[in-house]
Design a protein around this ligand. Structure first.
Ligand code: ZN
Length: 167
């Protein structure tokens, strides 16, 4: 189950623009540790700081389900393939639906680790989709914004359905 700490669809924080991290201090490092634990507890693949109400440009992620949880600070896509790939993407901020999103199938991403060291990642397939999804969160963009109109309508209807039933 997701941590209550993880903001859910409809929370305006998910639409905010996160600001670059000048330095990872002890407070931020503790928050990153908490994000790692929340990601694992939720059985997720990625969790952006924005999703826990922390408007800083960083996220935690893991490419394999039981693999190590990585941290990427100040990530930026610097190259994209022309080839596009469609993935059904889940999100810890709205577990009820997956949304089909087209994105470049390969990307080069630069950023920093928690010690401030420069990192370059060449990602493709699922990893490329995941990293682009998390970077989108830092810009207040959700998969729903990237979906085709019919797909977006279907997903939003599914998200609203339990609320309507409860009303
Ligand atoms: Zn997400």
């Amino acid at each position: 189950m997701p941590d209550e700490w993880i903001r859910q669809w409809g929370d305006p924080t998910l639409r905010e623009l996160a600001v670059p991290v000048a330095r990872v201090d002890d407070l931020l490092r503790r928050q990153v540790e908490r994000m790692r634990r929340a990601l694992v507890a939720a059985d997720g693949a990625g969790l952006a700081a924005t999703q826990v109400g922390l408007l800083r440009r960083l996220f935690v992620y893991r490419v394999e389900r039981d693999g190590p949880v990585e941290v990427l600070v100040n990530p930026r896509v610097v190259a994209r393939s022309e080839e596009i790939e469609l993935f059904a993407e889940g999100c810890l901020s709205y577990l009820a639906v997956t949304v089909a999103v087209e994105r470049p199938s390969a990307v080069r991403i630069i950023g920093e680790d928690v010690e401030g060291r420069a990192v370059t990642i060449e990602a493709e397939g699922f990893e490329a989709s995941l990293l682009q999804h998390e970077i989108d969160h830092l810009d207040g963009i959700l998969t729903l914004d990237r979906a085709e109109p019919a797909e977006r309508r279907r997903a939003i209807a599914a998200l609203l359905a339990p609320r309507a039933a409860a009303a």
